[in-house]
Design a protein around this ligand. Structure first.
Ligand code: PLP
Length: 364
């Protein structure tokens, strides 16, 4: 059996007629940047999350960058975040000359541990940037409470968690700013790069809209130094179709995720723990195993693709050598990064495929 890690072709086949027709409309209108498709998407995204403003942008990375730029983060400022994430989270901090201050993760959810945040706060701290990893929100209430106490701003890196619930609210609408990604393999994926920024703060929304369009407030009048961070109309048109079907996909993801966990109950692996009040959109279904190399090889021999998110925590990356961290600084992140591996996951994974994967995991 040949199994895809994520089956994007099956998804395209499911919505092909709608997507083709939406995209062709963009082609014939020749409105490639901005316009009606983007406005419609932004309104739908705001409605979906409950945030007052949703702003389409060029990627999840740029969403995070724009959020930090809007808060005027600059050289010397410190941003508290997790070392157990994709590099983009800390990359944008460094890009602005600011400093990432890492805090270790919770051993159950793999998200930043709020109990360890206060120790990392200094007079230079400006922002706390939790990541809602693998599709499950970080403990945003606890994080927001700390931020309030120290007058800091919270940006949720929701690049993997669009659609997830946290105590009855939606990811992306849990802090001052939320940022998500529409990279093709994310839960809500475009057919190229894309992202969105969410806020209910009118001033920040207006500023971020300007920043992603070269800081322009009127044509060729520039109030800020910005970037070209726009989302194009073709991606918006595709996302409009996919968003319509997204809730069904979230349900399918949850069913597949819980079925994995049920079937793996008696296997020698650690399955994902979803905290009370949370749902997960399972951007990744990741398990922990004692001997990862052996498991990856065993599955690969059976034709089951896997991936590792992420093998090296950020504090041990060469690119962040300058931050001065060393092995042992964040023991939970280090242990998890040695044991974690992700199994095939998409709303189109069939029970037959899933049974085959489970068999391969349990087999001798
Ligand atoms: C994917 C991802 C990003 C970056 O999003 P892009 O759209 O690829 O730029 C940032 N943070 C996390 C946690 C991600 O998973």
């Amino acid at each position: 059996m040949k199994i895809n890690f994520i089956d994007l072709q099956a998804q395209y086949r499911a919505y092909k007629e709608e997507i083709d027709s939406e995209v062709l409309e963009v082609f014939s209108s020749a409105q490639f940047i901005g316009g009606e498709k983007l406005n419609k998407l932004e309104n739908s995204l705001a409605e979906y999350t409950g945030a007052k403003h949703a702003i389409g942008c060029s990627s999840g990375t740029d969403a995070l960058l724009l959020a930090l730029m809007a808060l005027d983060i600059q050289a010397g400022d410190e941003v508290i975040t997790t070392p157990f994430t994709f590099i983009a989270t800390a990359e944008v901090i460094a890009f602005l000359g600011a400093k990432s201050v890492f805090v270790d993760i919770d051993s159950q959810t793999y998200n930043i541990d709020p109990a360890k945040i206060e120790d990392a706060i200094t007079e230079r701290t400006k922002v706390i940037m939790p990541v809602s990893l693998y599709g499950q929100c970080a403990d945003m209430d606890a994080i927001n409470a700390i931020a309030k106490k120290y007058k800091l701003t919270v940006i949720e890196d929701a690049c993997q968690s669009f659609g997830a619930d946290y105590k009855g609210k939606k990811s992306c609408n849990l802090s001052t700013i939320g940022c998500t990604s529409f990279f093709p393999s994310k839960p809500l994926g475009a057919y190229g790069d894309g992202g969105a920024i969410f806020t209910s703060d009118d001033e920040l929304a207006e500023k971020m809209r300007m920043l992603l369009n070269h800081g322009q407030n009127e044509r060729y009048k520039h109030k800020y130094i910005g970037i070209n961070g726009r989302l194009d109309a073709v991606q918006a048109a595709i996302l409009n179709v996919k968003l319509k079907h997204f809730d069904d996909e979230v349900v399918a993801r949850e069913e597949i995720g819980s079925r994995y966990s049920d079937l793996l109950e008696d296997a020698d692996v650690i399955t994902p723990k979803i905290a009370e009040g949370n749902t997960s959109v399972y951007a990744q279904y990741s398990i922990r195993v004692k001997d990862r190399e052996a498991m990856v090889t065993k599955l690969s021999d059976e034709g089951v693709p896997t991936a590792v998110h992420y093998p090296v925590p950020l504090h041990l990356q060469e690119a962040f050598k300058g931050l001065g961290y060393k092995v042992g600084d964040f023991p939970i992140s280090e242990e998890v990064s040695e044991q974690i591996m992700s199994l095939p996951m998409s709303p189109y994974l069939t029970e037959k495929e899933q049974d085959f994967i489970i068999q391969a995991i349990k087999g001798e």
